[in-house]
Design a binder for this molecule. Sequence first.
Ligand SMILES: [Fe+2]
Ligand SMILES: [Fe+2]
Length: 263
Amino acid sequence: MRTTIDTYKSRAGRLNLEGIDFADFQAHPLSPNALRSLRYMHDIEHHTVCYLRDLLLTPAHQDPVITSFLSCWVFEEMWHGEAIGRVLEAHGEEAGMPRIAALRHGRRRREAVTTLSTIATAAFSGRAFIALHMAWGAVNEWTTQAGYARLSETADHPTLRELLRRIMKQEGGHIDFYASEATRRLRGSAKAQRLTRLALTHLWRPVGSGVMPKREVGFLVNYLFSGEKGRQILERIDRQVDRLPGQEDLHLLTRAVARVSGA
Ligand SMILES: [Fe+2]
Ligand SMILES: [Fe+2]
């Protein structure tokens, strides 16, 4: 039977953009709010490599299954950022290298703090850190995929819908890996369960919170996850988190989003 990593590696690759008509956005532009969401998503997809830098300083780099996954994962996320960048460019906006360089330049000091705290957590927790990393990744990927799905629905733009459908399919591959690895590693370790529960409860924030300005995090969370529909999505992800060993009843998403949106 193929392992999760073999299955993922056999499917991983550059996002297929064949048939995506980016010029369509010039004729039929997106709303200002949809564009604002895509700027955020562009920046976060491109930030994946910085997250990877921190992870490789932890025990995660000693596990070849994890490093194989991360190698393909960062490649796929980079192409998600590139594809979204083309949507921004079709609207006459700057994207890609100049935008990313400016973002990173403004984040140097905060980045150093994030890197040091990741290393400290990993040093304190040893191999249990990998289980936490896998659970954290699963939560981030569940949230990201749900965010794309909600944007696709809200923007109601056929070309964007097709592009996001293809991105979401790859996010699904990331979810499968992170969630199955998290489940397996948490099941075998009470220490990993405790560490993960502690970290998710006290440290987890919506994807991009440590990178993007607070007002942009608040905007995105309200735009994508407010109202009855938003609540249902958050509760669904909370139930997925509940199913990870030792992570029951965290109400992680509903609580985190309520904090960000000031509810
Ligand atoms: Fe992505
Ligand atoms: Fe992803």
